[in-house]
Design a protein around this ligand. Structure first.
Ligand SMILES: NC(=O)c1ccc[n+]([C@@H]2O[C@H](COP(=O)([O-])OP(=O)(O)OC[C@H]3O[C@@H](n4cnc5c(N)ncnc54)[C@H](OP(=O)(O)O)[C@@H]3O)[C@@H](O)[C@H]2O)c1
Length: 283
């Protein structure tokens, strides 16, 4: 089988490279230089040259705050380009595995979001990601959409790396303690995607939530990153969202219910603290 990975130089794409390294299938890793997903011609040329069975779309516009002032660009990559990929998958009878986000939800819930909960994004990034999901549904291609949250890894820029650096170099930092969710180690998500492919379960089409287990605030996450990194010299102070204004409004609560994913694919999910330890080992 041939598996095309888009956005292959990003966090999840890099984690997929590692997770798929022992596979007997052919994983083709591309990023914008080789396959710009906003170009219908480039996508069609790629599909005509390679006989693609599965596309794992890791390409995205992920700068949540920047998207507020550049929603057109976010929409181009997170929505219109996803429509192009989905239409190509439909034409070429390939399956699309696409990654979406907890930021499609408003955060007003007080229990974990299931796949059936109504989306109501608060920010431009969330709106464009939701439109991407809708474009996949409209294309009627064979697709698995995995909604994930608070992704971090040893690759690229992310909250875990930033907190490791800050807690190693500063004596005091403030971290938001009134937004709750679940961190997701990209290595775990990548392994789950590879397992779905390798076990032949990629025809279980639908929308699924996937994050690590448990829940915490960004403050809790920062404390655990510092603790596991041995950075004990920095005082971490809880603050409120109001103390730390950002361009994009973020959901107060975006914990995802993973029971559909676990019961469908039979893949166990580790607690976020254990997953963090796996990531920290890689630094
Ligand atoms: N990061 C999170 O906290 C988070 C949370 C929930 C869901 N997600 C979702 O998880 C998925 C993976 O996220 P990630 O953190 O791995 O993202 P990432 O590190 O930002 O990687 C995205 C990759 O896509 C590339 N890309 C951008 N435009 C492209 C185009 N037109 N054609 C091809 N590639 C393009 C980027 O290149 P450049 O760097 O050059 O732009 C980058 O290499 C995304 O769908 C994201 O929305 C992420």
């Amino acid at each position: 089988m041939t598996i095309l990975v888009t956005g292959g130089n990003g966090q999840l794409g890099s984690a997929l490279r590692l997770a798929s390294s022992g596979s007997s299938h052919c994983y083709l890793f591309t990023d914008v230089a080789e396959l710009d997903i906003t170009s219908a011609e480039t996508i069609e040329a790629f599909f005509s040259k390679e006989s693609v069975d599965i596309v794992v779309n890791c390409a995205a516009y992920t700068a949540v705050d920047d998207a507020e002032s550049d929603e057109a660009k976010a929409d181009l990559i997170n929505h219109k380009a996803v429509a192009l990929l989905a239409e190509a998958c439909k034409r070429h009878n390939a399956t699309l595995i696409h990654i979406s986000t907890d930021y499609i939800f408003s955060g007003e819930a007080d229990a974990p979001y299931t796949e059936e909960c109504n989306p109501a994004p608060l920010n431009a990034y969330g709106r464009t990601k939701l439109e991407g999901e809708r474009a996949i549904a409209e294309s009627e291609c064979n697709a698995i959409i995995l909604r994930t949250s608070w992704l971090y890894s040893e690759f690229g820029r992310n909250f875990c790396k930033t907190m490791r650096e800050l807690t190693a170099t500063r004596t005091e930092i403030k971290v938001v303690a009134d937004q709750f969710g679940t961190p997701t180690y990209a290595g775990d998500l990548a392994e789950a995607i590879v397992e779905i492919i390798e076990s032949g379960q990629y025809s279980k089409f639908g929308i699924y939530n996937y994050s690590n287990e448990g829940e915490c605030s960004w403050y809790d996450f920062a404390c655990e990153i510092a603790r596991q990194s041995g950075n004990i010299g920095c005082k971490i102070c809880p603050c409120t969202t109001a103390d730390y204004p950002t361009k994009a409004v973020r959901p107060r609560y975006s914990v995802l219910d993973k029971s559909k994913f676990v019961s469908t694919f039979g893949i166990e999910i580790s607690q976020w603290q254990e997953a963090l330890a796996e990531c920290i080992k890689k630094f």
